[in-house]
Every structure is written in structure tokens, then in C-alpha cells.
Design a protein around this ligand. Structure first.
Ligand code: C2E
Ligand code: CA
Ligand code: CA
Length: 505
């Protein structure tokens, strides 16, 4: 499948959250409108409870102190700002004599006497200002004591202020008294009455704690339109921010994937690390005795040699899974090679400083340990020599062989041989290259070979490129040769073909 170009992916990623938000905007704005209605109802309920508490205190106090004669004390009480507060439009007294007074001074025809309960019964009641008064009817609380009565015309103007937010003309409320004496159908509407009859309008109700009044709040198209405008604005910001985050994430991931570490991880996941095999020949018989498995990173037709990534892979702790992948392939390939031929796999210290290699081999349960050998380089020092010694001897007991790679190029080579019980050495190309030259390292080559012969080590010369080098090495007693003179590292099919063309040797 053709991959989409980042130039296409970027705008798609950026606009995707905005599109999703736009698709969701309708249900979200409906939910938001419902939430705003709930919030408004809660706000009104809270304000009403607060008002009720204030009024109760004020009314109790006045009732205890009214002389019911409209004298100075009564007038002071009626006009006292603590009692004549923002919840009260007017308050007044009706005396037994039929006269009365109000906070404005004279008696006012505010009480609809026909709605008052039986005059025999004392106590509190609710009524309304007469409709004839021209303005909206207001709720009236009254308290009867015998033939005299005190009343408080409530002010509902606060409800307008509350209902103007967050948008004007978005709500409509009805206050329905639930008390006998004030007809049930008597309602006190506030706000846009048309909302109640709009298709799709929604309503919520609550009843005051004393069960005397029910409030029903409506909302409709205006609130939904307001919610939608909020959601569209939010869509722009939320969708835009999410889009920007997605885009940043995409580019970070892309850059990571393109970084060496990211590429190596992807390579591991795709099993791109494979062995190439370089033959080791006996120069006397020209027979192939074994192979070194050399790691290659194979991506499509592109093959990368380990020099480009192995040091970094080691540093990032990726060499262990790479070797694991390589070993899997080597073990799968081995049955296709002649039974007397071995394959040698390169290790790093970490493989034998912990039981990593041992566990891997145990997992494979490989039946011919002599056909699988390991190369331990002298270039990198082994930190935990104790652990390495015990790991190697455990594997040697099982029949596995170890070679000391790059012998003479590092330090501690001789000590490693002694302590780790290694019986095979690989003579580095650096020394082989000195053959036929007057390089002072040539004497070192002779010394290494002399040591190898003396201690009965098996020796393999690496990086052999000329027949003259083969001849010189043979004269010195080194017959196992690995190098371009005979063959380069090859993938298995090519190696099998190479062996066939040599007539099985
Ligand atoms: P090495 O273990 O010393 O492997 C021998 C290197 O010399 C290989 O390079 C091989 O291709 C190269 N070589 C062999 N004959 C000749 C020759 O005649 N002329 C020249 N010029 N070069 C020759 P390669 O495959 O690039 O590997 C380089 C190094 O990467 C290896 O050196 C080894 O240290 C490391 N390496 C390779 N595979 C693995 C692996 O699986 N694990 C670990 N830990 N290291 C590996
Ligand atoms: Ca090697
Ligand atoms: Ca080597």
C-alpha cells in the first residue's frame, strides 16, 4: 500500500479533531443547554431559600413588635430598612377598624380580600396583588391576628437579574402557589412566556422546602442557540489545540522513528537483523571448516554492515535482542550446512556477565553444541570477570566452544585465555596486514603465532586478502583462514550456492 505523504497527513491530523468536534457539536450543545437550565434552576432555588430565611426572620420580628395601630412604632417598623429590604416591594397593616397603613404611608388596596382564608383562622397565608393593578401580579404574604392583618408584597425583580444570565430571553419561569386559598391556577410568570410553547422546549421544577410554592423553569431555542455558539467557539479552541497536539505528536514520533534508535527498534520489531556467513577454510585441504555469522541489517534491498550501528546498539542496550534474533536465524540455518561445519557468533560481555546466553541456548535446546561456537572480543574489557568465568565454564561443560576475537588488539588477552579457559584465538586483520611489509607489528604477529603454537591454541587468521598472506601463515603453522581471498560474508542462499560451485568443499 502506498504511504500517505506527511504533507497530506499533517493537515488531515490537524483538522480531524475539529471535524470530530463539529460532528459532536449538536449533541454537546443540547447537553450544555440542559446543563445551563439545571444550573439556573439551582441558582434560583438557592436564591429563594435565602430569601425565605431572611423573610421569616424579618416577619417574625415585626409580628412580635407591631402594635397594630399604625402609630409611630408601627410606621418605624414598616419603614425600617432591615425589614423593608430588597425582597419586599411594600408592606402594610390592615387594622380591625378597617383602616390601614403601609410603608409608603397611606393604606393601599393591595389585598384581594376574596382570596383570604376564613377570617376566624389566625396565621400566615399567601395571596397576590390584584390583577387590576396594571403591572405583573406580585405574591403577598399576610399574617392575620384576629381582625387585623399585616402583609408583605414580595418583590420578584431579583429573578429578572438572575434570568438575564448567561443570555437574555433564554428562560421563562412560573411560580405556582400550592396553598389552599390561593387558586392553584394562579401563577406568577416571569421572562419570555413564548418559550413555554416552543417546540422542543424543556422544563424543570422544584418546590420550596415549606411545600408552598412550585417553580417551573423553561428554556428553548434561545438557550440552545447560545449553547451552540459556546460549543462552536470551544470547537475551534479544543479541536485546534487537539489538532496541534496530534500534529506535534506525529512529527515527534516521525522524527523518533527516523532517528537511529527509532530505526533500530523498528528493525528489531520487523526482524531485520540477519546473519551473513563468512567461510573459514583450511588452507591445506581448501575445505570449509566453519563460518562466522556476521550481523547485517537488511531493509528491503539495503544491507547495512554492523560498523554503522553496533556501537550505538550496544550503548542503547539493543545488542542483546539483536543477538537473540541473529541466533534464532543461525540455529534455523545450521541444519542446511554440512554436519562437520560450525558457525561462530559474536558476543559482547553483557551476554556472559549475566546468564543471558545460557538462557537463550536453553530456550533453543540446540542438540549439537560443537557446531555452535562463540567469539568474545578482546577489544571491550569484561567488567565482571567472575560472572563471565562461571557462565563460560557452564557453557563449556555443555560442549560449547569460545574463541578469543581480535587477539592482541586489546589488553588482558593472555589473562582472558587463562582465566576463561579459551582454546581458540582469532588473529586480527591488523596483524595479517603486516605480512610482506616491514611494519614493526609484524614481529608481534610472529610472537602471537609462537604463543599460539606453544600453548596448543587453535588459530584462525582474519582478513586474509592475498595468497602471499596464506603462504606466510602456513609456513608459520596457521592454516585456518578467513578473508576476502576466499569469500566475503554472504546470506545463506548465496553461501549454499557458493559451496555447491566449489564442489562441496
Ligand atoms: P569481527 O568480529 O572482527 O569480524 C570480522 C570483520 O572483518 C567483518 O566485518 C568481516 O566482514 C571483515 N572481514 C573479513 N574478511 C575480510 C577481509 O579480507 N578484508 C576486509 N577488509 N575485511 C574483512 P563486519 O561484518 O563489518 O563486522 C565488523 C565487526 O562488527 C565485527 O568484527 C564484530 O566486531 C562486529 N560484529 C559483527 N557481527 C556482530 C554480532 O553479531 N554481534 C556483535 N556483538 N558484534 C558483531
Ligand atoms: Ca568476530
Ligand atoms: Ca575479529
Amino acid at each position: 500500500m502506498k504511504r500517505l505523504s506527511p504533507l497530506w497527513i499533517s493537515p488531515l491530523l490537524f483538522s480531524l479533531p475539529i471535524l470530530v468536534c463539529l460532528l459532536l457539536s449538536q449533541p454537546v450543545s443540547n447537553a450544555l443547554a440542559h446543563y445551563l437550565l439545571e444550573q439556573k434552576l439551582a441558582e434560583i432555588e438557592l436564591a429563594m431559600n435565602e430569601r425565605q430565611q431572611t423573610l421569616e426572620k424579618s416577619i417574625d420580628d415585626q409580628m412580635a413588635r407591631f402594635a397594630f395601630d399604625c402609630g409611630e412604632q408601627d410606621m418605624t417598623l414598616l419603614r425600617d430598612p432591615w425589614h423593608y429590604n430588597r425582597h419586599i416591594r411594600l408592606q402594610g397593616l390592615k387594622l380591625a377598624s378597617g383602616k390601614g397603613c403601609s410603608s409608603l404611608g397611606p393604606d393601599l388596596p393591595l389585598i384581594d380580600a376574596s382570596t383570604l382564608p376564613d377570617p376566624e383562622i389566625d396565621g400566615f397565608g399567601l395571596t397576590a396583588t390584584p390583577p387590576a393593578f396594571g403591572t405583573e401580579q406580585e405574591l403577598v404574604i399576610f399574617s392575620k391576628r384576629g381582625d387585623q392583618l399585616a402583609y408583605w408584597v414580595l418583590s420578584n425583580s431579583w429573578i429578572r437579574t438572575i434570568m438575564e444570565k448567561p443570555c437574555s430571553a433564554c428562560f421563562y419561569i412560573e411560580f405556582t402557589p400550592l396553598v389552599p386559598g390561593l387558586a392553584r391556577h394562579k401563577i406568577f410568570p416571569r421572562g419570555e412566556q413564548a418559550i413555554k410553547h416552543e417546540p422542543g422546549s424543556e422544563s424543570l421544577s422544584f418546590t420550596t422546602p415549606d411545600n408552598k410554592m412550585q417553580q417551573t423553569l423553561w428554556s428553548g431555542l434561545a438557550l440552545r442557540t447560545y449553547a451552540q455558539s459556546l460549543v462552536y467557539r470551544g470547537t475551534f479552541w479544543v479541536g485546534g489545540t487537539l489538532g496541534a497536539l496530534l500534529l506535534t505528536g506525529y512529527w515527534l514520533l516521525r522524527n523518533y522513528r527516523r532517528s537511529l534508535k527509532g530505526l533500530l527498534h523498528t528493525g528489531l520489531a520487523r526482524q531485520e537483523f540477519v546473519p551473513f556467513y563468512q567461510p573459514v577454510l583450511d588452507s591445506r585441504s581448501q575445505r570449509v571448516v566453519g563460518f562466522e555469522a556476521l550481523l547485517r541489517w537488511q531493509r528491503d534491498d539495503d544491507v547495512t554492515a554492523p560498523g554503522a550501528f553496533i556501537a550505538y546498539a550496544e550503548q542503547q542496550g539493543l545488542i542483546l535482542p539483536m543477538t537473540e534474533q541473529l541466533l534464532d536465524r543461525v540455529i534455523a540455518d545450521l541444519p542446511q550446512l554440512a554436519p562437520e561445519q560450525w558457525v561462530s557468533v559474536n558476543l559482547v560481555a553483557a551476554h556472559i556477565e549475566q546468564p543471558h546466553l545460557r538462557n537463550l541456548l536453553q530456550h533453543h535446546d540446540w542438540p549439537s553444541p560443537t557446531r555452535l561456537t562463540f567469539e568474545l572480543t578482546e577489544r571491550e574489557p569484561i567488567m565482571d570477570i567472575e560472572a563471565a568465568t562461571s557462565e563460560i565454564s557452564a557453557l563449556q561443560e555443555k560442549g560449547y566452544h569460545f574463541k578469543l576475537d581480535d587477539f592482541g588488539t586489546g589488553y588482558g588477552g593472555f589473562a582472558y585465555l587463562q582465566r576463561l579457559g579459551i582454546r581458540q584465538i582469532k588473529i586480527d586483520k591488523m596483524f595479517v596486514d603486516t605480512i610482506g611489509t616491514d611494519d614493526p607489528k609484524r614481529s608481534l604477529l610472529d610472537a602471537i603465532i609462537a604463543f599460539g603454537l606453544e600453548s596448543d591454541m587453535e588459530m584462525i587468521a582474519e582478513g586474509v586478502e592475498t595468497q602471499a598472506q596464506v603462504d606466510y601463515l602456513a609456513q608459520q603453522g596457521v592454516y585456518l583462514i578467513q578473508g576476502y581471498l576466499y569469500a566475503r560474508p554472504m546470506p545463506l542462499p548465496e553461501l549454499l550456492h557458493w559451496q555447491q560451485t566449489r564442489g562441496g568443499h
